[in-house]
Every structure is written in structure tokens, then in C-alpha cells.
Design a protein. Structure first.
Length: 167
């Protein structure tokens, strides 16, 4: 199944890489970022992230997964929502493309994404979901198949992804 959405705690998934909805300094934050740091081993992950920072919005960096079932954590920096007039859509799409490029760079074949930028960064979930699914589909069509999972934290997010994937 190359493209799917599931309700899951991303930190429990046995894939080649999980994506962290990161901040530009690649420091432990709240939400999915905090959960990933805690599950991986906060001190180890912080030490691996430090020399890779800063990571500009729309880009991604890769660290080992440490205590996670995933071999790698790809730290993708999505945009803060400012109403849509500051290039947010392009930056969000770039965060997804950069994550897939990082997966290929490290030789991975499977990846799980959270809903990047939809938490504290305030990106409207429905629009972010459309961008995520469209961007990943375009990348897979152009660059070749990978197994991509959208790991949804709650039922509402899962419904958005299921609707978009069915479109």
C-alpha cells in the first residue's frame, strides 16, 4: 500500500523514517515534536539535531531514530500560518518534498508523516491535507513509489486524509 492514512501514534510505527513537525532550531517542542523527542530519547535526539540547525522553513534534516521503531527521524519545518499570503502553501509543499528527498537520500522506502503545521503553527487542517496529499502524489509519480503513511492523531484528521485520498 504505497499511500495510506491511519489513526496512529507516529512514534510507534515501524517504518524507515518518521517525520517530525520541527521548528527551525530543531529543538524539542510540543505536540508531535515533543512526543518524538521523548520516545526517541530526548538527550540523544537533541544532540543529533544541534549541528544540523538551523533548518529553514520548507526544508528537512535527518537524524537517527534512536529508541524509535523507525530507523530515522526526518525533521521537516513547515510554515506558520499567517493567512495564506506569505507563501505558506509553497513552503508546506516544500517540507513534504524535502522529507521525501531525505528518505531517498538515506536509502529508505517507507515513511510516516504527521499533519505538518496544523498544530501550534495554525495551518488550516483541510487545506494542509490537500497540499500534503497532492504534493506526495506528485512526488511519487515523478520520482517513483515509496510507502507513505499519513499518521493521524485523531479521528477528525483521519477523516480529512481519507476524503482527500479518495478524491
Amino acid at each position: 500500500m504505497p499511500l495510506a492514512a491511519i489513526r496512529a501514534d507516529i512514534t510507534t510505527l515501524a517504518v524507515d523514517a518518521i517525520v517530525n513537525a520541527a521548528n527551525e532550531q530543531l529543538r524539542q517542542g510540543g505536540g508531535v515534536c515533543g512526543a518524538i523527542f521523548r520516545a526517541a530519547g530526548a538527550a540523544e535526539l537533541a544532540a543529533a539535531c544541534a549541528p544540523l540547525a538551523p533548518c529553514p522553513t520548507g526544508e528537512a534534516r535527518t537524524t537517527p531514530g534512536f529508541r524509535l521503531p523507525a530507523r530515522f527521524v526526518i525533521h521537516a519545518v513547515g510554515p506558520v500560518w499567517h493567512g495564506g499570503g506569505r507563501g505558506e502553501a509553497g513552503l508546506l509543499a516544500s517540507a513534504y518534498r524535502s522529507s521525501l528527498a531525505e528518505l531517498r537520500r538515506v536509502g529508505g522506502r517507507s515513511i510516516a508523516f504527521p499533519a505538518i503545521s496544523t498544530g501550534i503553527y495554525g495551518y488550516p487542517a483541510e487545506e494542509a491535507t490537500r497540499i500534503a496529499v497532492r504534493t506526495v502524489r506528485e512526488d511519487l509519480a515523478a520520482q517513483g513509489e515509496l510507502d507513505v503513511t499519513f499518521a493521524c492523531f485523531d479521528d477528525a484528521t483521519l477523516r480529512l486524509y481519507e476524503k482527500e485520498l479518495a478524491a
